[in-house]
Write a protein that binds this ligand. Structure first.
Ligand code: P6P
Length: 334
């Protein structure tokens, strides 16, 4: 018997709103819009193998990467619901070269902006491996009434109002954080609603999983190489043994570590000193979530959330995970 007393995402965001007497409902509305787009993307991801939506569009995105058809579809869905909602003044996306201001009276007067990677891990689409969406919400810093500007987006991660991700996998889960906590909602296909399945997520202080692409090992700095070698030498006498897990979809790797404990590493290399991952709409949202859940996230030198972004699509080395594992990593690599 399914428990129908479980809160849906909409019910939960409205209940959270009551905790803030001056809340206008805009954030709750924005999160509901994100949930709607996620349900539409989920339908296409689930049947991607059956319809002609796999593969590439032939276009190249802002990152110089081939745009998969599902990437483009996901981008259009998240952009569309936010443009037609009442809570978002503009967006930035991994799939778009520049910011997009929503030029209508309601949107221009909205106080939030949203940034997202509409489909992270898209190289896994064609082989049925979990993929995800990552999103973040900020208050705009320019005056409402006018179109948003780049400074509304180039804000440090500590100013995030909310951040979250959706994983389209064995089940579809939406996890989002505000300063009040991290909560997970699993899609109940029978009623078409995200239902509260993981209330109050806390990242275990420690763990035994490390997640890295070992194929890049000889391109990493010597301190990171030494840390990874130490991970492989862990045993029952020194806090191990550790297990190495790497899915190739960061959302899935980070979600597993958030629930079970662990560390995810995407270091810089000689060729790419700032690594591969995007600060604004990949690193910052996941760093916000992990910190609210009790974990840590750095670029190897400083707290991710304190980095002052200079460019919309700038990259950052990324180390994120359980508090004690991150402290051990920092001790070993400083
Ligand atoms: P590599 C997917 O393309 C992604 O952005 C992350 O989701 C993932 O963790 C990483 O890149 C995988 O990159 O270089 O290990 O294949």
């Amino acid at each position: 018997m399914v428990n129908r007393n479980v809160l849906t995402l909409d019910e939960f965001t409205l209940r959270e709103m009551h905790a803030f007497p001056r809340a206008t409902g805009e954030l709750a509305g924005l999160l509901r819009d994100i949930g709607l787009a996620a349900k539409r993307v989920n339908v296409e991801v689930n049947k991607a193998g059956l319809v002609d939506i796999l593969g590439n569009t032939g276009d190249i995105n802002a990152q110089g990467e081939e745009v998969k058809k599902l990437d483009e579809y996901a981008n259009s869905q998240f952009t569309g619901v936010l443009r037609h909602g009442i809570s978002c003044a503009g967006i930035a996306s991994e799939e778009l070269d520049d910011i997009v201001g929503f030029d209508n009276a309601i949107s221009r007067n909205s106080k939030y902006i949203c940034m997202f990677d509409p489909l992270d891990g898209s190289s896994n689409i064609d082989v049925n491996v979990s993929i995800g969406t990552i999103f973040t919400v900020y208050r705009r810093v320019t005056d409402t009434g006018a179109l948003v500007k780049r400074e509304d987006f180039l804000q440090p991660g500590i100013r995030q109002v909310a951040a979250g991700y959706i994983i389209y996998g064995s089940s579809t889960i939406l996890v989002y954080a505000t300063k009040r906590g991290v909560n997970g909602f699993t899609l109940d296909q029978s009623i078409g609603e995200f239902c509260l399945s993981h209330p109050g997520i806390h990242c275990p202080e420690s763990g035994k999983i490390y997640s890295v692409n070992h194929g890049n090992f000889f391109q990493f700095g010597t301190r990171v190489q030494q840390y990874l070698a130490d991970c492989q030498q862990k045993n029952e006498t020194n806090g191990g043994p550790y297990t190495q897990r790497y899915i190739g979809s960061m959302v899935a790797d980070v979600h597993r570590n958030l629930i079970k404990g662990g560390i995810f590493l995407y270091p810089g290399t000689q060729q790419r000193p700032n690594g591969k991952l995007r600060l604004l709409y990949e690193c910052n949202p996941l760093a916000y979530i992990i910190e609210i859940a009790g974990g840590k996230a750095t670029d190897g030198k400083q707290r991710i959330l304190e980095k002052e972004p200079a460019e919309l699509h700038e990259r950052s080395p990324f180390f994120i995970g359980s508090k004690k594992m991150m402290e051990e990593f920092e001790d070993e690599t400083k």
